[in-house]
Write a protein that binds this ligand. Structure first.
Ligand code: TRP
Length: 474
């Protein structure tokens, strides 16, 4: 077998996997999900999901990868379960789908870096709409972003992916802490923090529970075999459990800090007025792409600096994620079809870019893709959605399905003694650890049941507008 390469050591793996996890999901999505999903109540659910439901999934993915040293499709085959290779295919599909829209948003963020540098603060919906529908501009940025991603993946695991993470992850942490410290010096910062962290139980419904779980999966890069792929480059002597703990803590920590950075900025701009009305306007992409630039404009001389640093940070975070998304289908093509890495990258990246065109067009350039989908029924006003948002919510939902199936596979098909024996390599005291109980009860009982139930809740809510939580418990 050709040498597939691998991470140089455990730290390299942790940084790369944390790099995959930390991305637009943490800095762009998490804060506004918290804001609209019940503040601290959302954070608590999110933490529960990350540490109880997602943890066994993460460990399982890494273990399957390391055991087989294969991409997600090859991994199920190598374990002797050809019938389960469909799960790997689903994962590859999901990765392609996610990268196709993720790259578009990453391109926007990257472009904003230049806009901020030239003091062009896009601070209202109209200007943002003009920006995203300027197809030459945003198309160009997304091509550049895909090229950067491809450039890193071509260089392989240790020379590309790991090296990038070793440079960018510490840089990112420094930048985000610096911005947070600055945000705290602004007027009304504490009003923002309060809004961010004080629970509002009324806001808990299918939307927020499902939202917290989808967010956990997406943010931790779970459910599509990204960590099977990264796991396949991990050494036998490395401790999978502690790696998973570090990856989760980094991801959760950075998401949390992102909120601490962003809400004081928002509160500064609203003069401390954090009512739901004021905040409904920051829902979704507008938080990062409209509200924050408006804040940067208002903070005076430092605005250009703070704004550019922010969007550079966001682009860095996105790049370590797009790299992981591209690596999955690339590893598949390399392993299964014996194509050279470089050729595989060129083919796969081009296909994904082309598949992403409808997302690129759905920012206003094409009316058809911009108003693509309407939730068919449900009591609330039917929300119409652009192609990109639809792609994103399909992907989110598939990740949940993938995660559910992966734990069922590990608990009932591959069987937990095999899982345990893989995990114990690199972890001496595993047999007597709490982690073992958490993982074993997780993959056999807790995760299959809860994940499946929540999957149904999410599907009903997202695609049919039916809030099962409200229906059953209120
Ligand atoms: N976790 C990344 C984020 O939060 C996105 C991402 C990268 C991802 N790779 C993934 C999501 C694999 C799901 C699966 O922005």
């Amino acid at each position: 077998m050709a040498n597939r390469g691998g991470f140089t050591n455990k730290l390299g793996f942790i940084l790369a996997a944390a790099g995959s996890a930390v991305g637009l999901g943490n800095i762009w999505k998490f804060p506004y999900e918290v804001g609209s999903g019940g503040g601290a109540a959302f954070v608590i659910m999110y933490l529960f999901f990350c540490f109880i439901l997602c943890f066994p999934v993460m460990v399982t993915e890494i273990a399957i990868g390391r055991k087989t040293q294969k991409n997600p499709v090859g991994a199920f085959k190598a374990l002797g379960f050809k019938n389960w290779a469909f799960l790997g295919i689903l994962g590859i599909f999901c990765g392609v789908l996610i990268l196709s829209f993720y790259n578009v948003i990453a391109g926007w963020a990257f472009g904003y870096f230049f806009e901020m540098l030239s003091a062009n603060f896009i601070d209202n919906g109209k200007e943002f709409g003009e920006y995203t529908s300027d197809i030459v501009k945003v198309g160009g940025y997304s091509i550049v972003f895909m090229l950067a991603t491809a450039f890193v993946v071509v260089r392989g695991v240790s020379g590309g992916i790991e090296k990038l993470a070793r440079i960018l992850m510490p840089t990112l942490v420094i930048m985000i802490l610096g911005l947070m410290a600055y945000a705290f010096t602004l007027d009304n910062a504490m009003e923002g923090v309060k809004y961010y962290l004080i629970p509002n139980i009324d806001n808990i419904n299918a939307n927020s529970i499902g939202g917290a779980l989808r967010q956990a999966f997406f943010s931790l890069s779970l459910g599509m075999g990204a960590l099977i792929t990264y796991g396949s480059y991990v050494g036998r002597k490395d401790n999978i459990v502690s790696s998973a703990v570090y990856i989760t803590l980094t991801d959760v920590g950075i998401a949390f800090i992102a909120g601490l950075m962003i809400f004081p900025l928002v509160a500064f701009n609203t003069g401390g007025n954090m009512t739901d009305e004021v905040l409904s306007s920051i829902n979704g992409p507008s938080l990062i792409f409209i509200t924050l630039p408006g804040v940067f404009e208002n903070i005076g001389d430092l605005g250009v600096l703070v704004g550019s640093v922010f969007f550079l940070l966001l682009s860095f975070a996105a790049l370590t994620s797009t790299v992981s998304l591209l690596e999955v289908p690339v590893a598949y093509v390399v392993d299964e079809f014996g194509v050279r890495r470089k050729k595989a990258v060129v083919i796969v990246a081009s296909i994904i870019f082309l598949l992403g065109l409808p997302c690129l067009f759905s920012g206003g350039y094409s009316a058809f893709f911009t108003n693509f989908f309407t939730i068919p029924f449900g009591s609330d006003t039917p929300a119409s959605s652009d192609f990109l948002s639809l792609a994103a919510s399909i992907a989110d939902t598939l990740l949940l399905l993938g995660g559910t199936l992966i734990v069922i596979f590990a608990g009932y098909v591959w069987k937990k003694h095999n899982l345990n024996s893989e995990i114990s390599s690199g972890y001496e005291g595993y047999d007597k650890s709490i982690a073992k109980i958490l993982i074993n009860v997780g993959v056999t009982i807790v995760c299959p049941i809860l994940l499946f139930v929540l999957f149904v809740v999410v599907v009903m809510n997202n695609f049919f507008g039916i809030d099962l939580i409200n229906l059953l418990f209120r």
